[in-house]
Design a protein. Structure first.
Length: 181
């Protein structure tokens, strides 16, 4: 396996790496960029919003200086809107956020030429390593079989379906217990 160099960053790295990060986004989401929810400007607005939250983290991976992918997320704030749009009935206690309980893995992407080499898992693990939260959550397109299968094989489990924005798709919410060693 080619060596992946993973670098952890934060808000500053997000701003400095804007064009490189957007380049990966454009490549990975090329087939849906014309949809308003997936437009480049809406995506960057979401990233800037995540970067303002407590617990924001970004990891980037490169091989010989070439950016192959990245992952980022943040701690869900108290009374987070993350669970708004939940389609399935879930115990209300599982939805209560106190600003410390849940880390949201907002994005993980690897450019096509670098997939199937374990890089997504390496970025995932680097992002979640040492997190103080009890659990992590992410939203996955149920039609994205390879991503969903990877997450389930990494210990995530299905939690329910969420339509987070009026113009977004309905995603499957997955959960991961971060207290397990």
């Amino acid at each position: 396996m080619t060596d992946l160099r993973v670098v952890r960053g934060g808000r500053v790295c997000l701003g400095r790496g804007r064009e490189r990060l957007l380049g990966v986004y454009r490549e990975v989401y090329a087939d849906v960029l014309r949809e308003p929810f997936f437009s480049e400007s809406r995506y960057w607005q979401r990233l800037e919003g995540y970067a303002e939250r407590n617990g924001f983290a970004l990891v980037v991976g490169d091989v010989d200086g070439e950016l192959v992918g990245y992952a980022l997320g943040c701690t869900l704030p108290a009374q987070a809107r993350w669970w708004n749009g939940l389609v399935d009935p879930v115990d209300a206690g599982l939805l209560a956020e106190d600003g410390r309980r849940t880390f949201a893995l907002n994005e993980i992407m690897v450019r096509a030429a670098w997939r199937r080499r374990g890089f997504a898992r390496a970025l995932h693990d680097a992002l979640l390593a040492g997190r103080p939260e009890q659990r992590a959550t992410l939203l996955v397109d149920p039609a994205n079989g390879p991503a969903r299968a990877a997450y389930l094989s990494w210990g995530w489990y299905a939690f329910g379906r969420v339509k987070p924005f009026p113009d977004s798709a309905t995603f499957e919410a997955l959960m991961l217990d971060l207290t397990r060693g």
